[in-house]
Design a protein around this ligand. Structure first.
Ligand SMILES: Cc1cc2nc3c(=O)[nH]c(=O)nc-3n(C[C@H](O)[C@H](O)[C@H](O)COP(=O)(O)O)c2cc1C
Length: 189
């Protein structure tokens, strides 16, 4: 396989798409679409979100350093894209998209009801990297739609139909091809 030296526009490997809610001090909430998002620690559970200082959400995060990381589904793909193309400086994205805000249990920004997974986070660190600042968010509460629990009561997140971002495309996840440690030999004892 011959490889060429070439930079890739967008994400060179699949990333999640998250709708991150923030709020100003008066309680006015905003939504930003983010792809530069990832789990960075299991215990305590932490998620890193990278945001350009020019974004309105960046300003809000300095004002109120709390987030809700909402995972969108294919059903709200258009709203997810839209929230990544307009700024909360100009419009109320909840009103414009008809997405529903619900009070979070710990943090000030709201959950997005249409997203089946919502992670409430408090910013515990900010790293200035270059184009983006990385906000490390410690997850203090999490919510999952109960219809996503399987017969054993365990989350089956593929039922939610989340989607990923690759290069500059949104892709669905249609087929399960394995599971964690499926290559590990089962003990015969
Ligand atoms: C799929 C997608 C992924 C994006 N990922 C990021 C990101 O990781 N970081 C970022 O700063 N902006 C990202 N953006 C751009 C912001 O979502 C966009 O500039 C948004 O309008 C900013 O909203 P705000 O000004 O209300 O905060 C992304 C946009 C899209 C559509």
């Amino acid at each position: 396989m011959a490889k060429i030296n070439k930079s890739i526009t967008g994400a060179p490997f699949p990333t999640p798409v998250a709708l991150v809610t923030t709020t100003d001090k008066s309680g006015q909430a905003n939504i930003i679409t983010l792809a530069w998002v990832g789990i960075v620690c299991s215990q305590p559970f932490m998620v890193g979100v990278s945001i350009r200082p020019t974004r309105y959400s960046h300003k809000l995060l300095l004002e109120v350093p709390e987030v809700v990381i909402n995972i969108p589904t294919e059903a709200i793909l258009r709203q997810a894209d839209f929230c990544g193309t307009v700024s909360g400086r100009e419009i109320d994205k909840f009103q414009a998209t008809n997405l529903t805000a619900e009070s979070a249990s710990v943090v000030k920004p709201p959950l997005i009801v249409e997203c089946p997974v919502n992670l409430e986070g408090k910013v515990n660190n900010k790293l200035t990297l270059g184009t983006h600042d990385l906000f490390i968010c410690e997850i203090v509460a999490s919510h999952i739609d109960e219809t996503l629990l399987n017969e054993e009561g365990k989350p089956d997140l593929s039922r939610a139909k989340p989607f990923i971002y690759l290069a500059t495309d949104y892709l669905s996840l249609d087929k399960k091809i394995g599971h964690y440690a499926f290559t590990k030999k089962k003990s015969t004892t």
